[in-house]
Design a protein around this ligand. Structure first.
Ligand code: GLC
Ligand code: CA
Length: 562
């Protein structure tokens, strides 16, 4: 495997709107990000991914871009962005932006021109499709509910939008549109951007006939992934995209890829793959309900662990996955994956350990490093996220009570990860001197950076130790390139694996006890005569490793080099 500059890096996702506000308007901004670069450097971060900061009406929080070449006023100016690039560079850090290329905003110049002249050049930048029998071309339901088709005023056509109706899909079949996108991408890379996180990319390829399918719900519609799964030939677009842009700059790219076809992993992230890496969503997919959040499935420990370990095996000979426990579209990982008895600091550290020491590129989402949790709201009006509003309604329509529907949102809402960063126990958690655009999680008085920064037993201090272990001169190689061998899978509640350096024979055991009973892990005899057998890290000083037996009480974890 050819070594790449990003293989041993640690990434951090910033959700700019909720990171840090410096001018009191309640919205996080670029100044705020610049002022926290040292904090991130100290945490051990190398790559920073910024969720969209482009000009946008924020119907979908910036994932609806009105101008790919400008920074949203809410966040600051292009000068400030350039300053961010400079300051990051000084600290040997890399900035990655979101590339939202499946769709833009209905406020984008292209779409306005298309509406103004539905027969003109720009109509072909989108999917303007004739209706069938005076109705929508097909019965597909979009990601945020409702038809993917919206009438083009004054015509018999409809435009396609897989997400909100304010997010018209771009027509990738049009070479001129693609060229415009490539020019834009190169413009950013030329500025010194290190790469992109590639949004919703699987959706760019449609089936040409736009047919209807057997409905999967009482609305007579069917989920739009049905079409995505049938569409053939996305690889041609993605290879061209790579050739025309990323390749020229040795850029780092991480794909948001759902619904990939089986056996396509190599095409996506192999040596010649479309992207450097892509997120491993296998664990997240376990909770998907058949109809929505209201029938989402709870996490069952064994299948969660086995799914992650299987995913590690699948990718091992192909490339690298990007490992996450949460992002801006998911609930907080500690609330989702930790069993009730482990929803505490020890459990949070344990989850960090088993996740961050997997093979792949770790992505930490803002606030994860201090153990931020899901946030309970008492009324749907307290939510902002477009997806949450749709899912709440879906739950109510399916006969849930208000309490039940709110419980679904508490467990699944994208707003759980979007509540502002908790910097201190001061007013608004130190996030803003004004009114936060989205109400804080009230637990900022207990969970905040200021409290954890200088407290050696805090979750934050542990994240620093964990990341620095992964990046240490001595263990960097094995944590980056070593293989992953599942271990002790027969012990209830144990999530353990060996990282193995095939060349030197060195092995490191990573183990956590997610169960509610103590467990004994018996190491091989070969560990005995090895003077280098050492406990590298643990979330509890009382973890016992004696006579080749590692005893883990509930919520204890350990990393042992053999
Ligand atoms: C991706 C983003 C999500 C957004 C959607 C549409 O899934 O992560 O936040 O709503 O794409 O752009
Ligand atoms: Ca601000």
């Amino acid at each position: 495997m050819n070594k790449k500059w990003w293989h041993d890096k640690i990434a951090y996702q910033i959700y700019p709107k909720s990171f840090l506000d410096t001018n009191g308007d309640g919205i996080g901004d670029l100044r705020g990000i610049i002022s926290k670069l040292d904090y991130l450097k100290d945490l051990g971060i190398d790559i920073i991914w910024l969720s969209p900061i482009y000009k946008s009406p924020f119907v979908d929080q910036g994932y609806d871009i009105a101008d790919y070449y400008s920074i949203a006023e809410e966040f600051g100016t292009m000068e400030e962005f350039d300053e961010l690039l400079d300051e990051a560079k000084k600290r040997d850090m890399h900035i990655v932006m979101d590339l939202v290329a499946n769709h833009c905003s209905d406020q984008h110049e292209w779409f306005r021109k298309a509406l103004a002249d539905p027969e003109g050049e720009y109509a072909d930048y989108f999917y303007f499709v004739k209706g069938k029998d005076g109705k929508e071309p097909s019965n597909l339901r979009g990601y945020f509910g409702g038809s993917i088709w919206e009438p083009v005023p004054g015509t018999d056509r409809y435009y396609l939008h897989m997400f909100a109706k304010e997010q018209p899909d771009l027509n990738w079949e049009n070479p001129k549109m693609r060229r415009d996108l490539y020019d834009m991408i190169n413009w950013w890379l030329e500025k010194g951007l290190a790469g992109f996180r590639i949004d919703a990319i699987i959706n760019i390829k449609k089936t040409p006939e736009f047919k209807s399918y057997e409905p999967d719900g009482p609305d007579g519609m069917v989920f739009c992934t049905k079409m995505v799964e049938e569409a053939q030939g996305i690889g041609e677009f993605l290879q061209e995209l790579k050739r025309e842009t990323f390749d020229k700059y040795d850029a780092f790219t991480v794909g948001e890829v759902f619904n990939m076809k089986e056996d396509e992993l190599r095409e996506f992230i192999g040596e010649e793959g479309h992207f450097s890496t892509m997120f491993d969503f296998s664990a997240h997919s376990l909770t998907f309900g058949e109809h929505g959040w209201y029938d989402a499935k709870p996490i069952e420990f064994t299948s969660w662990r086995d799914t992650l370990l299987k995913s590690q095996k699948d990718v091992e000979s192909i490339g690298f996955m990007a490992n996450i426990i949460e992002n801006h579209d998911e609930p907080r990982g500690v609330s989702r994956y930790l069993p009730e008895h482990a929803q505490n600091d020890a459990g949070k550290k344990m989850l960090a350990t088993t996740s961050i020491l997997l093979r792949g590129i770790p992505f930490v989402f803002q606030g994860q490093e201090i153990g931020m949790e899901n946030c309970r709201r008492s009324d749907i009006s307290e939510y902002n996220d477009i997806n949450t509003l749709d899912q709440y309604q879906l739950a109510m329509d399916a006969g849930c009570t208000k309490e039940e529907a709110l419980q679904c949102c508490y467990e699944n809402s994208r707003d759980n990860a979007r509540t502002p960063m908790q910097w201190s126990d001061g007013p608004n958690g130190g996030f803003t001197t004004g009114t936060p655009w989205l109400a804080m999680n009230p637990n900022f008085t207990e969970i905040n950076v200021e409290d954890q920064l200088n407290r050696p037993d805090s979750v934050l201090s542990y994240y620093k130790k964990l990341i620095s272990l992964r990046k240490s001169e001595e263990y960097k190689e094995i944590f980056t390139y070593g293989s992953v061998e599942p271990a002790f899978t027969d012990l209830p509640g144990i999530f353990a694996y060996w990282r193995v350096d095939e060349e030197t024979g060195r092995k490191i055991l990573v183990a956590g006890n997610f169960g509610n009973q103590p467990q004994e892990l018996r190491l091989e005899a070969s560990a005995q005569d090895n003077p280098e057998t050492v406990l590298l890290l643990s979330n509890d000083e009382s973890v016992a490793y004696r006579d080749l037996i590692l005893t883990l009480k509930p919520c204890q974890c350990a990393v042992i080099s053999v």
